[in-house]
Ligand binder design. Sequence first.
Ligand code: NAD
Length: 352
Amino acid sequence: MFTMQKEFNLAIVGLGGMGNWHRELIETIDGLTVCGSYDIKEERQQFARDHGITPYDSLDALLADPDVDIVLCSTPNDVHKEITIRALRAGKHVVCEKPVAMSSQEHLEMMKAAEETGKVFVVHQNRRWDEDYLTVKKIYEEHLLGDVFKIESRVHGSRGIPGDWRQEKEHGGGMVLDWGVHILDQALQMIPEKVQRVYASFTNVTNEICEDGFTVELTFESGLVYITEVGTSNFINLPRWYMLGQNGTAVVKDWDLSGEIVRVTDWSKNDAVPIRTAAGLTKTMAPRTEDTIRTEPLPVVHSDIRDFYRNVMDTINGTAQIIVKNEEVNRNMRLMEAIFRSAETHQSVSFE
Ligand code: NAD
């Protein structure tokens, strides 16, 4: 039998770059409406008016409005905890931007408030819907390269840290909390194993206070090595993904999903004719001949980021389980804390 689903009103706290991204996305989602916003900056209050949204005069006024069902917290990271807990205690469901908070401990406090109020509290780990990630995850899960022994996941830019609160520690700046939170979450989601060892190094090329890049090596229980890297001084980008299995290699060059899989078709012709380089000879590094390998297109997976909000609404309606679980988010926060410990001590550390 068809049942009428409730329409939900969402109010945005922090109508900056990402708050506005949500506003535009929500315009395309059935059953969900942006009913208002609040930002501490008058120019962003005016931005709301200019875009047909009535801004509330204060956070209190927003939380006191019984028409608001869901609060989106898209402020800088240091105020996520306070705003989320206040919204939950005011009887609202909460969608909170990533990183959920400044520490795993703060996140536990937010989870406790959600449990006490019985409201849905979910973190916007939107890059679980990235098509490049979903495609690589499919290659891994369907064993298309045989046993995978190494994965490299990188995001590279060349503009340093954006010139806002992301450069300031007290607001939760730095690339671990900003981008690491996405690509580490992807690693933990893709590989269903415990992480045995974490080793991290940071870069401070453009910023002394906050790390403007990092390389993290995660060793999973099976021995699989998973490298994650964020760079902001990279004028030539390495591929977004590089995956090595016993029977082949996959590369995804960028978010546009260009790339390929190369698989071995004939193991019997392993010995190659040596090649000469300027100063030597090598058989080991001689390229494979075409008759022993096959190049295939990527098994591209498509996604729809609106499913994030559809899942939030279905969870509130009691017809679905939340996809981004707080236990997973907390594990990722603890991983990032281990990364800071490793970078400080120059040692491998464990966290679970
Ligand atoms: P931004 O600086 O563009 O916007 C933040 C806004 O919050 C500003 O307009 C600021 O005035 C307002 N603000 C600050 N403190 C406030 C408070 N106490 N109450 C109300 N408003 C307040 O930053 P942004 O790039 O939009 O980032 C916001 C959040 O979104 C951050 O947590 C960031 O990590 C996250 N983010 C997520 C993604 C993603 O893909 N999931 C992408 C970008 C940013």
